[in-house]
Design a protein around this ligand. Structure first.
Ligand code: NAD
Ligand code: ZN
Length: 356
């Protein structure tokens, strides 16, 4: 096996370095993966720019990256479902398996969660990476490695739509047409939503949403008044949405989400903004609008994979830029500034399409 294990390591604010790291040794329940591609998430950029997200602080060098796919290069002694050469999507969070949350099936809430590129745990923008085998999902031959990497954000969309209870005939309002808003749109469609409106501050992103099948789009301005936009949403959609999924993290959109949701409906919060936000709680209470949180995903990877494998969801349109791992700085610059209408920026550890 090659000794080259070029790795993208975040040392601190504005300090990303490419360096050689030892190839990890695996334990019995792990696999070693020859990484193929890793897409950049807003949180990766946030750690680069701010060195922290809330209480998660980069205090020592951390390998970046968590939206990834790789090829099995070595298999631990107890691993039964994977073999060398299998192409896999990697679910990046490995929980403790034994706490109440894990036992109860809500492993995303496990306090001992080890999540790639969430300090202090290393991510997988590296040539060789080891991972718990049961969090590696073998890809069917016709699913590309890039699609495999995108199962990560897609799983957030699946979890959000499940938490909202999106189903046949739902009228869905999605706030934010970034990658998360867009995957949520794709999932809501596949779950049978009838009308789907998506809002953003950027027309270009709404154009992509339209292309992906949003039935309605609404261009917002930063100083819009939520109550007024809520009325606009209703008149444009012809109904009040019964499911709203907030994917911006802004106070305005969180307020809008509550005002816009039909009485008895559900407003799901995915966007992570300021730790405290002013929301019209009494309005929600008096109209029995449920406000629900979303934290990553839990048992959603298989559904995300099934959506892609069946062709019901096409995530390829989200990838706007490609870089080699040696161009990691340029890739982050593109993602960070949204250069050239960037939505998803893909970093290739192997030359593009090597493993497709
Ligand atoms: P993004 O920044 O690329 O997209 C956010 C979109 O919202 C942008 O297109 C932006 O123009 C739009 N926007 C921002 N402020 C707005 C406003 N006031 N009105 C209307 N539109 C506005 O981010 P993303 O990668 O798509 O992620 C979306 C959010 O979801 C982020 O806050 C991220 O932290 C969060 N997130 C949460 C989870 C979770 O587990 N809860 C997982 C992944 C991402
Ligand atoms: Zn646990």
């Amino acid at each position: 096996m090659a000794k080259d294990n070029l790795t993208a390591v975040l040392y601190g604010i504005e300090d990303m370095r490419l360096e050689q790291r030892p190839i990890p040794e695996i334990s019995d329940n792990e696999v070693l993966l020859a990484m193929d591609c890793v897409s950049i998430c807003g949180s990766d950029v946030h750690y680069l720019v701010n060195g922290r997200i809330g209480d998660f602080i980069v205090t020592k060098p951390m390998i970046i990256g968590h939206e990834a796919a790789g090829v099995v290069a070595k298999v631990g002694a107890k691993v039964k479902h994977l073999k060398v050469g299998d192409r896999c999507a990697i679910e990046p969070g490995v929980p403790c398996y034994i706490c109440d949350f894990c036992k109860g099936g809500s492993y995303n809430l496990c306090p001992e969660m080890k999540f790639c590129a969430t300090p202090p745990y290393d991510g997988n923008l590296t040539r060789y990476y080891k991972h718990a085998a049961d969090f590696c999902f073998k890809l069917p031959d016709h699913v590309t490695m890039e699609e495999g990497a995108l199962l990560e954000p897609l799983s957030v969309g699946v979890h959000a739509c499940r938490r909202a209870g999106v189903g046949l005939g739902s009228n869905v309002l999605i706030l934010g047409a970034g990658p998360i808003g867009l995957v949520t749109l794709l999932v809501a469609q596949s779950m049978g939503a009838s009308k789907i409106m998506i809002t953003d501050l950027v027309q270009q992103r709404l154009d992509v949403a339209k292309e992906l099948g949003a039935t309605h789009t609404l261009l917002m301005k930063r100083d819009d008044i939520p109550e007024e936009v809520a009325k606009q949403v209703e008149s444009l959609m012809g109904v009040q949405p019964d499911k709203t999924i907030e994917c911006c993290g802004a106070e305005t959109t969180t307020r809008l989400g509550i005002f816009a949701t039909r009485s008895g409906g559900c407003c799901v919060i995915v966007g992570m903004g300021a730790p405290e936000v002013k929301v019209p709680l009494i309005n929600a209470l008096a109209r029995e609008v449920d406000i629900r949180g979303v934290f990553r995903y839990c048992n959603d990877y298989s559904a995300a994979l099934a959506l892609v494998a069946s062709g019901r969801v096409n995530v390829k349109r989200l990838v706007t830029h490609h870089f080699d791992i040696t161009e990691t700085d340029k890739a982050f610059e593109t993602a960070r500034k949204g250069l050239g209408g960037a939505i998803k920026v893909m970093i290739h550890v192997q030359p593009k399409d090597t493993n497709n």
